[in-house]
Design a protein around this ligand. Structure first.
Ligand SMILES: Cc1cc2nc3c(=O)[nH]c(=O)nc-3n(C[C@H](O)[C@H](O)[C@H](O)COP(=O)(O)O)c2cc1C
Length: 602
């Protein structure tokens, strides 16, 4: 099953009962976010939403189209994401047979592979150019670009497929980088320093040349997904899209720049980025659940907007997980497992918990055959493309644990020797990490939870502890900063105690000192801010993964560890701004609550 364009996909979503059309008028300013956020957080990701009546615009808005496992699989034309993993695995396992007959036998396979390559069409009237606007006619205000969250710096194009080329014009790159609308004809270009779009830009900057950039918004789902995929530099994402679709992506020449774009796109923004120009972009309520901070980014000047006559504007809303991007990341998890295994064949499987917002934690299951292999895997992952952003890597040897999370936690709590099994190091971090003292790099934590092999030091595990809730309460109360606590795995060898604290002007270091005397007897003490419900495990994990720089915020004390997941500030040596958590404004929440039945949120 493949889709020629977004309309085909919308048609299929609707036919399968996966789409709700919303006829009532809604605003692209916060209201669409509130509805989409609530839909994303309903069981199994709810439905895709097509807003047909958006205040001040004649274009409908599509959100949450990828926002469930089923819809993500449908987007990739398969029944489930594992099927796509198998397809990639099959491709990578292809070996050229010996002899002419054998080679001839492969022709059908090679023919089907050749269909992955994009085709340049000389179509003079492609769908994406049914309407062509240039010069003074360009007006981004006509497009219902969303302001997603109350403290956003403005309106952001959130699902753009940004096309660039290397300076020689030979290799094409497609990446998804949000774009803040500055005015009718300019936007920001938020490619992070680690990304290929930025790499291409750096070469233009070096030569002081203007860089042509084309942006497709609303494409067939394989193209949209491919722009988010961590492809190796120099590989055209349109080949991946063609492979997923099983048919080539048809590309056409832009009207005002020397670039090609998918012919079936809804909207195309053509223009250039001037290497000498920068402008403050953000803040933006990001997929971490926090606002990403303002920063200086290049400016994109539009030379043309072209679109279909009946164009649908496609957007995503990101925020505290789970949201639509979680399912896109799950697709990446599956599709990129086979290529990862080519470099690290011992990897059986991996899992990126939503609460870790992808760059904060990866749990990997390996076939372990020799001492310290878990360390090898950690180091290799920390050196591998976008996996290098991972702040925490946990290595286990039983893949069933990746699906059975209480078993995983129990295993770690029962088997870990905190004095031997933790690996602390430093390295690159995602731009969106806010916990490290410096942007872009900071502490990393590896946890080796694999079974020991002969030749590895034996774990020094304490006998079962005899702690009881009373002991814990007493010990925690003695700290004088704790507001409440909750124990997890009390009778394991490494019990954990979650503690919410009031810092009351104390620095993090001083707060942690209050727990030092009891740390060794309590196991793991996770310190959180007092505004948090300790019974909400997902919330606790999300805070812990987001707010900890392992090198600065963890103290190993005997057989125990104190982990500080509170907000940090100047008193803690954290001079960077600490971002706010995203929250919708009360009036918008109330307005949507009153109309919830209209939006399928009843
Ligand atoms: C919804 C969404 C929004 C994203 N926004 C950005 C962004 O603003 N900047 C960025 O550098 N990466 C962003 N990403 C991640 C990149 O698209 C992703 O890392 C991609 O592999 C980059 O491609 P590249 O390496 O070819 O540049 C986003 C991903 C998604 C799913």
């Amino acid at each position: 099953m493949h889709y020629r364009n977004l309309h085909d996909f919308i048609f299929r979503l609707e036919r399968e009962g996966e789409l709700i059309r919303i006829e009532g008028e809604v605003s692209s300013n916060l209201e669409i976010t509130e509805i989409t956020d609530r839909m994303s957080k309903s069981p199994k990701g709810g439905k895709a939403l097509l807003f047909e009546n958006v205040t001040g615009s004649s274009f409908p808005v599509l959100t949450n189209a990828f926002g469930s496992e089923r819809r993500m699989a449908m987007a990739l034309g398969c029944d489930n994401l594992e099927e796509m993993e198998k397809k990639v695995e099959g491709l990578l396992a292809t070996k050229l047979p010996d002899g002419l007959i054998g080679k001839m036998g492969m022709l059908p396979e090679l023919y089907s592979l050749s269909k992955s390559f994009p085709r340049i069409k000389n179509n003079i009237h492609p769908p994406c150019q049914q309407v062509i606007l240039t010069g003074e006619d360009i007006d981004l205000d006509r497009i219902p670009v969303l302001q997603c969250w109350p403290k956003d710096g403005g309106r952001f194009v959130t699902l753009p497929v940004v096309f660039t080329k290397d300076i020689e014009g030979r290799t094409r790159n497609a990446g998804m980088y949000r774009m803040q609308v500055f005015d009718k004809r300019t936007t920001g270009m938020h490619w992070h320093v680690h990304k290929d779009g930025r790499h291409n830009f750096n070469a233009y900057k070096k030569q002081g040349k203007r860089m042509p950039v084309a942006v497709a918004v609303g494409t067939d789902p394989a193209v949209t997904y491919a722009a988010t995929a961590p492809m190796p530099r120099g590989m055209d994402e349109m080949i991946l899209a063609g492979f997923i679709r099983g048919s080539p992506v048809d590309m056409v020449k832009c009207k005002t720049i020397d670039m090609e774009v998918p012919a079936e796109s809804e909207f195309i923004l053509e223009g250039y980025v001037d290497p000498e120009e920068k402008r403050v972009e953000g803040p933006f309520g990001d997929h971490t659940g926090y606002y990403s901070l303002q920063g200086e980014y290049p400016v994109f000047h539009l030379t043309a907007v072209t679109h279909r006559k009946s164009a649908v504007y496609s957007a995503t809303v990101v925020g505290r997980p789970p949201m639509e991007d979680c399912y896109m990341a799950e697709a990446t998890e599956r599709i990129f497992l086979p290529p990862l295994r080519m470099v690290l064949p011992e990897i059986i499987d991996y899992w990126m918990p939503w609460e870790g917002v992808f760059h904060n934690i990866v749990v990997v299951a390996i076939h372990k055959e020799y001492p310290m292999q878990a360390r090898k895997v950690m180091n290799a992952l920390w050196g591998n493309n976008q996996m290098s952003f991972a702040k925490m890597i946990v290595v286990v040897d039983d893949p069933t644990m990746l699906k059975n999370h209480s078993q995983l936690l129990a295993k770690i709590q029962e088997n870990l020797d905190l004095t031997q099994d933790l690996v602390m190091t430093e390295g690159v971090l995602d731009v969106l990490d806010h916990s490290a003292p410096h942007p872009l790099f900071g502490g990393k934590l590896g946890i080796d939870a694999t079974e020991r092999l002969e030749g590895e030091p034996t774990r020094r595990l304490c006998d079962d502890n005899e702690l009881n809730e009373e002991d814990i309460l007493g010990a925690i109360r003695g700290s004088k900063v704790a507001v409440s606590s909750r124990s997890v795995g009390l009778h394991t060898r490494n019990p954990a105690v979650l503690v919410s604290v009031k810092k009351e002007g104390l620095s993090s270091k001083h707060v942690r000192e209050r727990f030092r005397p009891i740390a060794s007897s309590l196991g793991c003490i996770l310190v959180l801010y007092d505004d948090i419900d300790l019974e909400d495990s997902s919330l606790v994990l999300w805070k812990a993964f987001n707010n900890v720089d392992p090198l600065r915020d963890m103290d190993l004390v005997g057989n125990g560890v104190i982990i500080d997941a509170t907000k940090k500030g100047i008193a803690d040596g954290h001079v960077r701004e600490w971002p706010d958590e995203i929250e919708m404004s009360k009036d918008v929440k109330e307005r949507i609550e009153q109309r919830k039945n209209e939006f399928g949120l009843g």
